[in-house]
Design a protein around this ligand. Structure first.
Ligand SMILES: *[C@@H]1O[C@H](CO)[C@@H](O)[C@H](O)[C@H]1NC(C)=O
Ligand SMILES: *[C@@H]1O[C@H](CO)[C@@H](O)[C@H](O)[C@H]1NC(C)=O
Ligand SMILES: *[C@@H]1O[C@H](CO)[C@@H](O)[C@H](O)[C@H]1NC(C)=O
Ligand SMILES: *[C@@H]1O[C@H](CO)[C@@H](O)[C@H](O)[C@H]1NC(C)=O
Ligand SMILES: *[C@@H]1O[C@H](CO)[C@@H](O)[C@H](O)[C@H]1NC(C)=O
Ligand SMILES: *[C@@H]1O[C@H](CO)[C@@H](O)[C@H](O)[C@H]1NC(C)=O
Ligand SMILES: *[C@@H]1O[C@H](CO)[C@@H](O)[C@H](O)[C@H]1NC(C)=O
Ligand SMILES: *[C@@H]1O[C@H](CO)[C@@H](O)[C@H](O)[C@H]1NC(C)=O
Length: 389
């Protein structure tokens, strides 16, 4: 009796001492996971072997300072780690064909998430939710939402080819330091980032709705390509450091960016076949790069434009489109770069292409190579000036 009373704690202590808590730890079956249950911290990496099958639970461990990796375990159905709060390195899951449960109830902090080819994974069981992650790549999973990733700041975020992903609603996200990109997920993907204020680069492809009501500053570029929404609104955006792009959006008929004052590189609006009126930039004063619009639009209004430093290209199929207002901007040297403006174009081209001169209102200067960052002197302004002499 006396012996057991003292022996139990001694044995437990001996067990802890014997447990290997230094990585790399290789887990080939549940027994290997149990052998590290007493390690609250694993110094180094934990590798889950490709032969692990069925259910694997890594309980007890609270922190892994290195990576947690599981690649090619095609028979693994469930992976859990109830106590794990921090992964200091990469959380890498790849090619886990039948993994359907991912339960990390305490996880809040990960350096990098890289999840690729997890077709059976439809949701995350992350009770606390990951709030801190620097880089995140989620590609080719069965996830229908990103619930469980309650990110506040994120560095690089790339979400692509998740064919069932139809909702992304990250309420806490305020800052994207590097870039955020969505492509080829469900065609009905709706993205809501209600509190996102600042981002570096942002790219949206193949999405059906984007709501970023608080976004006020984009350090790099923001681009919308091949989306299905009819309307896009960036109500609080005042400035971009680089380009602003709307391209190949088949149903888009309304662009609204009411507060933008300055675009740090090009403003591109190309090949949006339902966009007939471009009047969503009432406050836009400065475009540091090119203004490049091509499509079917009848009308373009840029009432506040006072400084367009790069090339200028406006080509549309519309025969009612008039270049008069833009000729005036060019004559007043507000538009400083190489100038092309033309309606009635059979195939409206982008910046650097020649307009078909038989079209209505065609005015075009020979395209030259130019650097959008370097203001080029207006040839027409110069000619107009010479004629006035
Ligand atoms: C996973 O499988 C692929 C192809 O079956 C192989 O090329 C790759 O080396 C494997 N990776 C690991 C870590 O086992
Ligand atoms: C984002 O940048 C801020 C300021 O530079 C920094 O404090 C923060 O750790 C960064 N966050 C991420 C996730 O990179
Ligand atoms: C997504 O958009 C790209 C062009 O940006 C297009 O080539 C591709 O077919 C689209 N994919 C889907 C799944 O809609
Ligand atoms: C828009 O920006 C203003 C000024 O920065 C800010 O006060 C306001 O809360 C923002 N609106 C939203 C919806 O975030
Ligand atoms: C924008 O990004 C560049 C390069 O990443 C950085 O040098 C600059 O400080 C950033 N500006 C702001 C206002 O965040
Ligand atoms: C945005 O992306 C472009 C092209 O990849 C890159 O040159 C630029 O530095 C990025 N800007 C920021 C602020 O990250
Ligand atoms: C375009 O969208 C803006 C913002 O959502 C809205 O205020 C405006 O009425 C819309 N314009 C048209 C013509 O639908
Ligand atoms: C040019 O516009 C006028 C009306 O503004 C129209 O009658 C004429 O057919 C147009 N010409 C071409 C080549 O589209």
């Amino acid at each position: 009796m006396v012996l057991t009373r003292y022996m139990l704690p001694v044995l437990a202590a001996a067990g802890a001492a014997l447990a290997q808590c230094e990585g790399p730890i290789n887990i080939q079956h549940q027994g290997d996971a149990e052998a590290i249950a007493e390690c609250s911290i694993i110094e180094g990496d934990v590798l889950i072997g490709s032969s692990v099958s069925g259910t694997l639970a890594i309980d007890g461990v609270e922190e892994i300072t290195g990576d947690l990796t599981c690649v090619n375990a095609t028979q693994l159905t469930s992976l859990s780690a109830n106590n794990l709060a921090t992964i200091g390195g990469k959380f890498e899951l790849e090619e886990l064909q039948i993994l359907s449960t991912l339960a990390f109830d305490s996880l809040t902090e990960v350096l990098t998430i890289q999840w690729i080819a997890l077709p059976a994974l439809q949701s995350l069981t992350f009770n606390r939710g990951v709030s801190t992650v620097t880089n995140i790549l989620v590609s080719n999973t069965g996830l229908t939402s990103l619930n469980g990733l309650e990110l506040e700041t994120v560095g690089l975020m790339d979400i692509n080819n998740n064919r069932y992903l139809d909702t992304v609603d990250v309420n806490n996200m305020r800052i994207v330091n590097t870039s955020i990109s969505f492509a080829a997920n469900s065609r009905t993907l709706e993205i809501k980032l209600p509190n996102l204020q600042q981002a570096a680069n942002m790219t949206f492809r193949n999405v059906s709705d984007v709501q970023v009501p608080s976004l006020s500053y984009v350090n790099g570029s923001i681009g919308f390509y091949s989306n299905t929404f009819e309307s896009i609104s960036l109500p609080n955006l005042t400035e971009t450091g680089q380009a602003l792009v709307f391209q190949d959006n088949m149903g888009l008929s309304n662009i609204s960016v009411p507060q933008i004052i300055q675009i740090g590189a090009a403003l591109n609006i190309n090949n949006n076949p339902d966009l007939l009126v471009i009047d969503g930039f009432p406050a836009l004063e400065t475009v540091v790069g090119a203004l490049d619009f091509s499509g079917v639009f009848d009308e373009v209004n840029l009432p506040a434009l006072s400084d367009a430093r790069g090339g200028f290209n406006m080509q549309t199929t519309s025969s009612t489109f008039t270049c008069d207002g833009f000729d005036d901007l060019r004559d007043r040297d507000i538009v400083k770069g190489v100038y092309t403006c033309a309606g009635s174009q059979e195939t409206p081209g982008g910046l650097g292409t020649n307009a078909d001169s038989s079209g209505n209102n065609s005015r075009s200067a020979a395209p030259t190579t130019f650097n959008p960052d370097m203001p080029t002197y207006s040839v027409f302004g110069l000619i107009a000036f010479l004629f006035m002499l």
